[in-house]
Ligand binder design. Sequence first.
Ligand code: ADP
Ligand code: MG
Length: 274
Amino acid sequence: MTAPLVEVKAISKTFTRKAAAAGGKTTHKALDAVSFVMDRPERVALIGPSGSGKSTLLRAISGLHAIDRGDGTVSVLGQPVQANGRLSQDVRRIRTRMGLIAQQFNLVPRLSLFTNVALGFLGKISALRGLFGLWSADEKQKVMRALDHVGVAAMAGQRANTLSGGQQQRGAIARAIVQDAEVVLADEPVASLDPVTARKVMKLLVDLNEQSGVGVIVTLHQVDYARAYCNRILALKDGKVVYDGPSAQLSDETLRDIYGAEIEDAYWGEDHAS
Ligand code: ADP
Ligand code: MG
C-alpha cells in the first residue's frame, strides 16, 4: 500500500495579534482540529469564506507555517512535514516534490520565463549549476515541452514581468511540470484572471491531475469553479471542516450555511444570470 499523497491529522493553528489596547493581545484560531486525507491523486477544491483558514491550511501542508503544538501532524507522500508544532528537518526536500502556486508573483520578475520554469529543476541539480543557467540539453527540452504544453512556448525568452497574469500562471504550472511535482498546492491561482483565462488555467490543473496523476489542492474563491473542475470539495468555516466529499453532492443548503451572507460573492454570476 502506498502512503497517502496528503495526510493532515487534527491540526490547529492559532495566531496571536496585538490588540488595540496597549500591550494587549488577542488570539485567533485560524485552523481548529482540521483533518484531511488524499489517498490517491484527486482534484480537491478548498473553499470557504474569506478568513476561513484556506491559505493557512495550504501553508501548513507545504510546511510554510508551523502548526500549534499538540497531536496534530502533516505528512505529504508519506513523509512527515510537521508534528507537534515543529517543521520536519526534511521539509525542504519534501517540498521539492510539491508544486506551489499562488495567486500572483509566482515568477522571479527579472528572469526569463524559460529560466523561471527551469528553476523547477533546482531540487534535483546543484544550486550552482542552476545559478549559472547551465541546463543540460535534456533539461532545456523538458522546459520547452512544458512551456509548449501550457501554451506559452513563444514567450520563453521574455522576462516574467512582461507577461500577462494568465501567462505567468501558465509559467507557474510549467515549473511544477518540470519539477515533476507529485502534489500541487495552488492558492487562489485564478483569482486575478479574467473568466476565460481562469478556465484555461483550471483546465491545465485538471490535465495535470488526469494525465500525470498529480494530486491537486486548489483554493477557489468561487464555488462554481470548484464544482466544475474538482471532483472533491473541502469546505472550511471559521477554521473547521464543514464539508468534505464529492463536489456533486455539495448542496446549495450546505453552501448557504458555509457562506452565510457572503453567498452572492461565491458565484461567478455569468451562469446564474442566464
Ligand atoms: P483564507 O485564506 O480562507 O481567506 P487565511 O488562512 O488567510 O484565510 O486566514 C485565516 C485567519 O487567520 C484570518 O482570520 C486571518 O486574519 C488570520 N491570519 C492568517 N495569517 C495570519 C498571520 N500571519 N498573522 C495573524 N493572523 C493571520
Ligand atoms: Mg487565502
